[in-house]
Design a protein around this ligand. Sequence first.
Ligand SMILES: *[C@@H]1O[C@H](CO)[C@@H](O)[C@H](O)[C@H]1NC(C)=O
Ligand SMILES: *[C@@H]1O[C@H](CO)[C@@H](O)[C@H](O)[C@H]1NC(C)=O
Length: 335
Amino acid sequence: MFGTVCKGLMCTVLFCPEAPVLVTQRSMVSVYEGSDVQLTCILKANYPATEITWYNNLKQHVIETPSKYVLQHAAAWSNLTVRETDGLRDSGQYWCSATNAVGGTEIPIHLLVKRYPMPPNVTINKIVYSTHQQTEVDIDWLIKTEGDITGFIIERRRVPATEGKRDVDPPWLKVAVNLDPSIRTYKMGGFDPTGLYAVRIMAVNHRTVGHPSEEKRPAMPSFNAYPAVIGAAIGGMIIAAIITVLLFMYIVRNRNNNPRLHDMLFGIRNSQSRENINYPEDESVGGAERDVSREEHGSPGPAMTSPRATVSPPDLPPRDDNEPVSVTITVMATS
Ligand SMILES: *[C@@H]1O[C@H](CO)[C@@H](O)[C@H](O)[C@H]1NC(C)=O
Ligand SMILES: *[C@@H]1O[C@H](CO)[C@@H](O)[C@H](O)[C@H]1NC(C)=O
């Protein structure tokens, strides 16, 4: 653009700068969230005193948030780096703008920040306090569907003791983040034993956080002391039995020295056991007598003798094979 200024006969031709012209290499840029992305704006003709400015997707001047946006300028081009793109906040139309004395121009650059697919849902399989101290919680979880996972997040919150009248649920606090995607179990510490807690877990695919699992409260550990208690009880019983046996043996051996104590303890018992011992002897004698008489008459049928033969122990005299049932029962009871 040229202009003429005349003073009398003298005319001076003046050079007047044009308004700037901007171009871009890519007016549509897409990126997966989490990474940095660079938007480029090029000034078509290099006019002096041209300023390039950038506006973000909310039409805010980018220099207002230097942590998010980095600017690089050279003579003809300007780069805007959007750092750690977020799929929810950073997509949209960005603007590159240039102005000089004559005028201004701006061009849009569309940024699409793609989100990673939703990771699968997670289910808490088991959640228990590690100990009765209730300061640590063991959790393990399941994933029922396929899908990309880059990690897990575990959150907890305190549950008010009085259910019902709660205006606002307490906030969820992160207990663990960036848990390895291959693990399915975790031990959390830092629980207040007097508090009630709810815990939930979600899978993460890069920056996409999955649906939280159903929240669950840690259960008390199963009473692991049971085997110990039972073991102690059995051990105690065995020791008591051994002591009793030793005591009885001592008294039996020393019955001549201390006959009164022996009689006191064994008086009734002894007579009973004597009866028990004598009974089979009497029976077998009687049985033998009956046996003889039976053999003489040839009366016993095969149905009566066969079951007894299987039950009788081998160390009994052979004549016991045909003994009456009472002998067999006595042997079994004493063995
Ligand atoms: C600016 O962006 C362009 C295109 O993406 C690239 O070629 C150039 O190297 C960038 N400049 C700097 C300083 O990063
Ligand atoms: C995952 O959980 C969400 C919310 O609980 C539910 O809407 C969705 O259907 C679940 N997806 C699958 C695949 O079960």
